[in-house]
Design a protein around this ligand. Structure first.
Ligand code: AHR
Length: 504
């Protein structure tokens, strides 16, 4: 039996313009993300400030547009002022979230210098776990106020006279999670977030504020948390956050491959909840989603457990997942979901950037390399342009334990009408069977094929390692062709593909 997936594409199926902020990432003071990741003084590739230039180059190649900082769970116990001023005077502190010692060698000023070199927009999270309105205002004034008040003068004295002008601010992190230092009920958090947002807006009305939503769609408070928090903060914030991590569990490939079904449901539910609050409040504006943590993460593995006991190491090896070909296909399909929701997902952050559940890995004193997941992210960030187009999909299904049945194929397209570039992102999520792709391109006025790349490996568990960094890379898919305005080709089981077309 031929298994054909037919995609219906039309330039009028517009969702929204491609948003650069969809391609954000995350740098947390966690494990070797900062120390030994972006920052390693003494490394042969380190610049005068101690930043690894090989990591900077890979960050740019990845196409990352914004970076969330400094956490994550870390931020809920963080004192931002420990990380500014003369480095030799900065205190070391215990980081409760990851049972580590934070030396504070890198702080806000160093991160901003790194962000500038990387060419990324910063997204800064304030501590609403152990702290509140006052400290949020302090760090905002330190970062953004023009010289002439105590904290902005302190910034200037530290070598940065000009305000940083950070626009995106997260009001805490995962405050719905009992693991969070200073965890709150929805009512408690809503109050704190509203007071903090109001004060931050008084200081700087142009900020874009992200209030904490749920840390997963499986949280018992999912839905009611968003409704409670938004009812209190609706006029004061711009986005509500969503976090989701996926993993293959107990060898259940099929459910893992269908992970984007959860992401679709998650986004749709948060949007519905936000719009319900909008209706109740008779509000004009719409709240957008900031999907500011998403990835594949094997949380049950030993390296995801923080150290225990009396040892409080600096930058321990933590959450250093090695990604395989199947993980990369899932990352590609999660990006399809995020792009498809560009009308309401205004920002997103792959968690994280370096070493910690990351697309970029480094060896201490040694090389940096690309994990499998680097490739779908980099190609999507580079080639998604113009308008996001919804794609109507007629595909066979595959059975899986978590969702029942899921579509074997998922896809989204972007159309840059001015440049004449049509780009298709398509995934075959069926664990076993190849699909024949059929797309009628007649409505795009005579497009021809530029390039078709497929990420697939006959062993879905094949990975990129320091010794073999190119085991899994996208390859030209020669079966994909365009004839008489029709695109056809083969999509292997467990594969992610990029098809680039050009008008004329
Ligand atoms: O990204 C790793 C951790 O996952 C973050 O610190 C936290 O916000 C989430 O639970």
């Amino acid at each position: 039996m031929t298994r054909t997936v037919t995609l219906a594409l039309h330039p009028a199926f517009r969702v929204a313009p491609v948003r650069p902020r969809t391609f954000g990432a995350f740098v947390e003071h966690l494990g070797r993300c900062v120390y030994g990741g972006i920052f390693e003084p003494g490394h042969p590739a380190a610049d005068e400030a101690g930043f690894r230039t090989d990591v900077l180059e890979l960050t740019r190649e990845l196409g990352v547009t914004s970076v969330r900082y400094p956490g994550g769970n870390f931020v809920s116990g963080y004192r931002w002022e420990d990380g500014v001023g003369p480095v030799e005077e900065r205190p070391a502190r215990h980081d409760l979230a990851w049972h580590s010692t934070e030396p504070n060698t890198v702080g806000l000023d160093e991160f901003m210098a790194w962000a500038e070199r990387a060419g990324v927009e910063p997204m800064y999270a304030v501590n609403l776990g152990t702290r509140g309105v006052s400290e949020a205002l302090d760090v905002l004034q330190y970062a953004n106020a023009p010289q002439g008040i105590a904290l902005s003068d302190e910034r200037a004295a530290n070598g940065h006279p000009e305000p940083y002008g950070i626009r995106m601010w997260c009001l805490g992190n995962e405050m719905d999670g009992p693991w969070q230092t200073g965890h709150k009920t929805a009512e408690e958090y809503a109050r704190t977030a509203a007071e903090t947002a109001r004060a931050m807006r008084q200081e700087d009305p142009g900020l874009e504020l992200v209030v904490c939503g749920s840390s997963s769609s499986q949280m018992p408070t999912f839905g009611t948390w968003e409704a409670t928090v938004l009812a209190e903060t609706y006029d004061l914030v711009d986005m509500v956050s969503a976090h989701a991590y996926y993993a293959e569990k107990d060898g259940d490939q099929a459910s893992f491959l269908a992970s984007a079904d959860d992401m679709d449901h998650f986004i749709d539910s948060v949007v519905a909840t936000a719009d319900h609050v909008r209706a109740e409040l008779k509000a004009e504006k719409r709240i957008m989603v900031s999907f500011d943590e998403w990835n594949v993460w094997y949380q049950h593995r030993a390296e995801s457990r923080p150290p225990e006991g009396d040892d409080w190491p600096v930058a321990p090896v933590l959450l250093e997942d090695t990604y395989n070909a199947m993980d990369a296909v899932v990352v590609g399909s999660l990006l399809i979901s995020l792009l498809r929701h560009s009308d309401r997902v205004a920002s997103a952050s792959l968690a994280q950037l370096v070493n910690v559940i990351a697309p970029i890995m480094t060896a201490p004193g040694g090389e940096a390399w690309r994990q499998t997941t680097f490739h779908p992210f980099a190609l999507t960030a580079r080639h998604a342009a113009g308008e996001v187009l919804d794609v109507r999909i007629d595909a066979p299904t595959f059975a899986n334990e978590r969702f029942g049945t899921s579509s074997a194929a998922d896809a989204v397209a972007t159309w840059d009408e001015t440049a004449g570039d049509l780009t298709l992102f398509v995934v075959n999520r069926d664990p076993e069977r190849e699909l024949d792709l059929a797309v009628d391109l007649a409505d795009f006025g005579g497009v021809s094929l530029v390039e078709a790349l497929t990420l697939h490996h006959e062993d879905p568990y094949a990975a990129n390692t320091q010794d073999a960094p190119d085991t899994v890379t996208p390859q030209a898919n020669d079966s994909i062709r365009v004839e008489d305005g029709r695109l056809s080709g083969a999509l292997p089981a467990i594969s992610w593909s990029l098809v680039r077309l050009h008008r004329g």
